[in-house]
Design a binder for this molecule. Sequence first.
Ligand SMILES: Cc1cc2nc3c(=O)[nH]c(=O)nc-3n(C[C@H](O)[C@H](O)[C@H](O)COP(=O)(O)OP(=O)(O)OC[C@H]3O[C@@H](n4cnc5c(N)ncnc54)[C@H](O)[C@@H]3O)c2cc1C
Length: 455
Amino acid sequence: MTTILWLRRDLRLTDQAALIAAAQEGPVIPVYILDDETPKHRSMGAASRWWLHHSLAALDSSLRDQGSRLILRRGKSEAVLTALARETGAIRVHCLRHYEPWWRNAERAVGQALDLVCHDGNYLAPPGSVITGAGQPYRIYTPFWRALQERMPPPTPLPAPQGIAAPKIWPESDSLAEWKLLPEKPDWAEGFREEWRPGEAGARERLEDFLPRVAAYAIARNLPSDEGSSRLSPHLHFGEISPATIWHRVAGAEGDPTAFLKEIAWRDYAQNVILQFPDYGTRNGRTALDGLRWRTGTAADADLRAWQQGRTGYPIVDAGMRQLWTTGWMHNRVRMITASFLVKHLLIDWRLGEAWFWDCLVDADYASNSVNWQWTAGTGVDSNMFVRIMAPLSQSEKFAAGGYIRAWVPELAHLPDAAIHDPEAAGCRPDNYPAKIIGHREGRARALEALKKVQ
Ligand SMILES: Cc1cc2nc3c(=O)[nH]c(=O)nc-3n(C[C@H](O)[C@H](O)[C@H](O)COP(=O)(O)OP(=O)(O)OC[C@H]3O[C@@H](n4cnc5c(N)ncnc54)[C@H](O)[C@@H]3O)c2cc1C
């Protein structure tokens, strides 16, 4: 029996339950559908498209090594799958389950038209399955993590199949180049090419490279100048490696992996949040803050642009925003600082920041991006209060960001540590580096004043 393997954010052969199940039933038609209709305004951003191109090329090559190949089609998933099943005589579709609200709808629709079998495997535990004693899903991370740990370790990862049977005749496929996922004029992806190797082999390589640093992770992860974190996020987002594979590999490494595994669990937690609040990317978790008057108009637009371009006059913020633009990734501590700066110091709606990250991040993920933006903004179900305002200059000093700033803000590269966090206050701001677009105290006071009006 020929079956269809419907691939989305699960672009791997190892620990791929849907592939294993399909392969056991006979010939398999692996298909990736470029579907901008189903997610509507949540279709992939430019940085994610860059990643997708390379990840699909890598997957096709791995499939060919196994006697198979990747079929590419474009359109609404449900319609494409139904047409493909008709063309090929396939009667069953296997996939890994996804939790973005649009994918849940699509799975429902495909399930009505075809025999769809959904498998788990992109999370440590299936989202929605970690519940309280009263049978409710968790809203807060810490008890979620406690309960998740009771379910660990995750199942042992499944090996990649040895050979995948091909159908007698392959259906037609689009060509990847025709999809034009890569930037041309201008080609802004030079920094991406230097930093990343999308695909399953690249993910493996990142993991192996990170293993000797697991023990130091708890402290090093907070230091932007260090290579303290794994940089596995885009690989995890596109499903090039499973979290179970990571879990079992780091558990066998030297040093206590708990701090690292707690972060992998944040990814699971975020999925549990969007399962409960599907519109978390646009709606405040705390409705009490719905009336907050965000700044709008010409001055706010100019501030938003300065933030996007890394020209706010706050070196740590500017370094982060430029790292994001150049490589499609930003260090986690700096993500928090830049997000907090936009929302609190500039009093600009978190949704505009979330949208910019969505377009620019190679790891842009609906659940993780919305949950972290809302967490930082103080609007989330699991957030600090809005009144907790991060001080970017002291954060920069506390987490020794001098080297990081030098790497991303060349105008400041000549400054010593004592001056680099706040060159303006040190009296050595170069002419080609902007003055602060707002003072720290002034920004803080304005944010608190706006909050008072909704309390
Ligand atoms: C405003 C803001 C927006 C963010 N948007 C995204 C996003 O769109 N996609 C995304 O994957 N992460 C997002 N994060 C979380 C985090 O910054 C990144 O996952 C992390 O920086 C990725 O780097 P790493 O792989 O080296 O992480 P490591 O520190 O090595 O962590 C390992 C893995 O754990 C997961 N993880 C770590 N921290 C978090 C977290 N706070 N929330 C969810 N998962 C986490 C990631 O999958 C990561 O690859 C965001 C954080 C903030 C503050």
